[in-house]
Design a protein around this ligand. Structure first.
Ligand code: VGL
Ligand code: ZN
Length: 208
């Protein structure tokens, strides 16, 4: 299954999403060794990096009276408000120090526009603006993507859905992801992904 036309996409394994970070995902750091091992098996490895300007519109602190994990209406749809996280150039936005993926050929930074979020590594939350990752993968002849990272129910979910919509065979490695799980978002995410044709796989199911 892992051939020359298969890319590994490692989603947002950044300090702010790991224990001690401002938007810590439970067990987020536990996936680091799994992702490191995965990286050795792929000819194409791409990392995504959540990369917000200070004062980003997805931060609760940018909306007086709003608290983290509340939602608001944005022109592009409902937006969950988060603690400040992954501010461009901050220590929290850096990759986890244990991440050993120096073979990665590309880092796609997303969420860089101050008024639009981007959970997806492919298309921003306005559902229109591409990050360029789809073109990068297509131009290199990639047909299949394997996803791992943080968080299963947000950035992995949205990236996987966009990948399958763009015609990539899409596999999410369940043990190599961890979730935020806000109000049932993890179960919903798997239901949405599998309904669209994303394959949910265990590490042992990835041969090659
Ligand atoms: C993410 C919430 C806000 C993620 C990013 O990487 O899943 N979640 N920004
Ligand atoms: Zn973010």
């Amino acid at each position: 299954m892992i051939d020359a036309w298969t890319a590994l996409i490692v989603v947002d394994v950044q300090n702010d999403f790991c224990p001690g970070g401002s938007l810590a995902v439970a067990g987020g750091d536990e996936i680091v060794p799994l992702v490191n091992d995965l990286g050795k098996r792929f000819a194409t490895v791409v990392l995504t990096q959540d990369w917000h300007p200070a004062g980003h519109s997805s931060f609760a602190s940018s909306h007086p009276g709003k608290l983290p994990f509340e939602s608001i209406a944005m022109p592009y749809g409902t937006q969950v408000l988060w603690p400040d996280h992954c501010v461009q150039g901050s220590a929290g936005a850096a990759f986890h120090p244990g991440l050993d993926l120096s073979m990665a050929q590309a880092v796609i930074r997303k969420g860089c526009h101050s008024k639009v979020d981007s959970y997806s590594g492919l298309v921003e939350a306005d559902r229109t603006t591409p990050t360029g990752l789809g073109g990068y993968l297509r131009e290199r002849g990639i047909a299949r993507v394997v996803l791992a990272g943080l968080a299963t129910d947000f950035c992995v979910n949205w990236t996987a859905q966009d990948a399958v919509r763009q015609g990539f065979e899409t596999i999410v490695v369940e043990e190599a992801c961890r979730a935020i799980d806000l109000d049932g978002s993890l179960d919903r995410a798997w239901a949405e992904m599998t309904a669209l044709g994303v394959r949910r796989a265990r590490l042992t199911e990835l041969n090659g």
